[in-house]
Write a protein that binds this ligand. Structure first.
Ligand code: UDP
Length: 245
């Protein structure tokens, strides 16, 4: 918990607190893990720490590549100081390999390479179970303008390029991932939320073993070991020292 700051939002695995600065918030990563629209739940000690370190590292990599993110700094493991954003209710999914729900919905071959990558937008809305959108529906619902949707797609493709390259060097294949964007106080589109094993599919580049939340979805026993392993692969020694882990 972040002192006695006011909670402004509680998600499935993160809490957002206000700060003295109205343009900034603190995002706390909790140990809760859910899958299947919240049907499967658990609490894995240390998961919040792992996800905060991985997200911070990946946000830093994106910032170095001129992509605007909410990230300001990690205050301590688990707690990220972030720009306050007005979130857009979209789950923007990029896919390099056909797996997961895509195989249930469409006749892709299992593990088919998707080049160019597919970008899919789902409506972030629990009541409607996050249905897939097209641009016209998003615009009619007032979720975003065509210009904003085009910009979100362009940024997502760039993020895919940057992260795929970075993670490949760490021995990880970036299979697919989900992003959430918001607008800052000047109306700029900025990447928010997190980029962690909860929101991405990471596969071991050699063995194609799962290094992400699919381990939990599949009911594996060693989920936390997998999160720690992937954290060690992404967060290098220098960062580990900086964050005193
Ligand atoms: N994803 C997510 N939150 C969601 C839905 C999907 O973070 O509510 C991520 C998921 O971890 C995967 C990618 O988006 O990396 C694509 O997920 P998919 O549509 O295949 O859904 P799933 O098979 O996870 O239900």
């Amino acid at each position: 918990m972040s002192d006695s700051k006011k909670l402004i939002y509680a998600g499935k695995a993160k809490d957002v607190f206000e700060t003295e600065n109205s343009d900034e918030v603190i995002v706390d990563f909790r140990d809760d893990i859910t899958a299947g629209d919240g049907a499967k739940k658990d609490n894995l000690q240390g998961k919040g720490h792992c996800n905060s370190l991985i997200s911070s590292k990946l946000f830093e990599v994106l910032e170095e590549n001129n992509i605007n993110t909410q990230y300001i700094k990690l205050i301590k493991t688990g707690s990220m100081l972030s720009k306050k954003l007005d979130m857009i209710p979209l789950e923007v999914i990029a896919r390099n390999i056909a797996t997961g729900s895509l195989l249930k919905r469409f006749p892709f071959e299992k593990n088919q390479k998707l080049d160019p990558p597919i970008i899919q937008m789902d409506y972030k809305n629990d009541e409607y179970h996050d249905p897939m959108l097209n641009d016209e529906i998003s615009i009619a619902l007032g979720i975003a303008t065509q210009k904003e949707l085009d910009e979100i797609k362009k940024i997502t493709l760039k993020i895919n390029e940057v992260l795929s390259k970075f993670l490949k060097e760490k021995g990880i294949l970036l299979v697919d991932f989900k992003l959430e964007f918001g607008k800052d106080k000047d109306g700029n589109i900025v990447l928010g939320d997190e980029i962690s094993p909860d929101t991405c599919r990471y596969w071991d580049i050699n063995t194609l073993e799962t290094l992400d939340k699919d381990s939990f979805r599949q009911g594996q026993e060693n989920v936390m070991d997998i999160y720690e392993q992937v954290c060690g692969m992404i967060v290098d020694e220098e960062d580990a020292k900086r964050w005193k882990i």
